[in-house]
Unconditional design. Structure first.
Length: 113
C-alpha cells in the first residue's frame, strides 16, 4: 500500500455560517494485515471561504493503538484524507490493509481571531 488515499469531498464544519474549531480526531480504522506495525496518515485540509483554496492544516500518523489525535484547526469547510504511510524507507507498510469506519471530529463553534 504505497501512494494510495481516500479523500472526502468538502463538508461544512457545523452549518458553515460561522467558524468552527476542530480540536480532536477519533479515527475508526481497522488494520487487516500487519496490524502491529501498519500505519496510515490522516490529513485535515481546511478553507475559510468557499472560493479559497484548501490549506493542509495537520497531518497525523495513525497506528492500530491510536485512540485519538489532538489537533488545532479553525475554518468553515474541511476535507478529510486518509493516505498510505510512506514514511517507511524499508517498505514495511506494503503488506498492510485497512478498513475505514465512522471517523469522528470534535467540533465546537468558534470565532475568527
Amino acid at each position: 500500500m504505497t501512494n494510495v488515499f481516500i479523500e472526502s469531498s468538502d463538508f461544512d464544519i457545523g452549518d458553515g455560517e460561522q467558524f468552527a474549531f476542530i480540536s480532536r480526531v477519533i479515527p475508526d480504522i481497522k488494520f487487516l494485515n500487519n496490524s502491529s506495525s501498519g500505519k496510515v496518515n490522516i490529513v485535515l485540509k481546511t478553507r475559510n471561504f468557499p472560493g479559497d483554496s484548501l490549506t493542509t492544516n495537520s497531518t497525523s500518523s495513525i497506528a492500530s493503538t491510536t485512540q485519538q489525535v489532538h489537533i488545532r484547526s479553525r475554518a468553515r469547510q474541511a476535507v478529510l484524507r486518509l493516505e498510505s504511510y510512506d514514511g517507511n524507507t524499508d517498505s514495511g507498510n506494503d503488506d498492510t490493509g485497512w478498513r475505514l469506519g465512522a471517523t469522528r471530529l470534535d467540533v465546537r463553534n468558534d470565532g475568527r481571531r
